[in-house]
Design a protein around this ligand. Structure first.
Ligand code: SF4
Ligand SMILES: [Zn+2]
Length: 315
């Protein structure tokens, strides 16, 4: 593990490294799309994802760049339902929906509680609804929202890493026990959980990054999650750029993501997805990038290990 004694990672230090936010409109989601995803029942179906615009997350995780598309203040009651309506009007209809809010759905400074009824009404008819949340915000409000929805609510929770020294440095304000208790509570109430796992967070070498991503997948499944999504760690949020300059962070390479995806799928314990967004950032070879992307995408959908791609870059 790589360390430098003079890096004291605090909320203030992380905030001080930030650049400026993007301009966002509180009445519009900052993005929305439909893409195919394999469901827990094995079917490959279209899923709507809406990236809601709301107040930034009160946690200050070291690797997070989601604050870039947020507001400084809580937005008006009624704005989140308006955003959902807007996206749904502009997208084909699907059976599944994810609401990603650059933070935690059950943070009432981001998604006002007064909006829960209207949001639930807009989502009637979807077979599954996925929202993201922090373990420290796992409480009865989740069950109350699920009852309002009257459909299959699923939760995505950032586990990030089980590395005992790196997790506290990520400033996530969460222990492995917090994660495990949340998943357990949600499972008791038949709410499926998906874990977000970082591939090569700061302070780890490439090999350690792979090893701990695999250990983190093992831990997440042992806790009872139904799905793991592996996210290669990217710089660009300010704090990671500084760590990168000081040799404490380096993005993982594409081969590591392929390896961890294969490992996770081979366990056959639940769905394992590799996050393929901005994949070119992790590849140094333009000859095989497209083929590798197609293979990994197909592996996400089929949950099978496909034949590897051969290229001179990996000989
Ligand atoms: S809890 Fe999630 S959204 Fe909030 S700072 Fe951490 S990673 Fe970002
Ligand atoms: Zn290549």
């Amino acid at each position: 593990m790589l360390t430098l004694p003079d890096f004291n990672i605090t909320n203030k230090w992380i905030l001080d490294q930030r650049g400026t936010k993007n301009a966002v409109d509180p009445n519009k989601p900052y993005a929305f799309l439909v893409e195919k995803e394999r469901q827990a029942n094995g079917k490959i179906e279209d899923v709507t994802t809406i990236f809601l615009t709301n107040k930034e997350c009160p946690f200050r995780c070291l690797m997070c760049d989601l604050w870039k598309n947020t507001t400084d203040d809580t937005i008006d009651v009624g704005a989140i339902p308006k955003q959902i309506e807007f996206a749904l009007k502009n997208l084909p209809s699907t059976k599944h929906i994810k609401l990603y809010n650059s933070g935690n759905f059950f943070d009432s400074t981001a998604i006002p509680l007064k909006d829960h009824n209207a949001i639930a009404s807009l989502l009637h008819g979807f077979e599954t609804v996925l929202v993201e949340n922090h373990p420290k915000l796992t409480d009865r409000r989740i069950l109350e929202f699920r009852d309002k929805l009257n459909t299959d609510l699923q939760l995505a929770i950032g586990l990030e890493t089980t590395h005992p020294e790196v997790l506290p440095k990520l400033n996530k304000q969460m222990s492995l026990m917090d994660f495990s208790k949340s998943v357990n509570m949600l499972k008791t109430h038949d709410i499926l959980c998906r874990a977000f796992i970082l591939l090569r967070p700061p302070f780890l070498s490439e090999e350690e990054g792979v090893e701990w991503a695999k250990k983190s997948i093992d831990f997440a499944f042992d806790c009872g999650v139904e799905c793991c999504a592996v996210i290669p760690t990217r710089s660009g949020n300010g704090a990671l750029n500084i760590l990168e300059t000081n040799g404490l962070f380096h993005s993982p390479n594409l081969a590591s993501l392929e390896h961890v995806q294969e490992y996770g799928i081979s366990l056959d314990k639940g769905r394992v997805f590799a996050d393929l967004w901005d994949l070119e950032h992790f590849s140094e070879c333009t000859d095989c990038l497209d083929q590798r992307k197609v293979r990994m995408d197909e592996m996400n959908l089929k949950q099978e290990i496909l034949d590897p791609i051969f290229c001179s870059c990996s000989d």
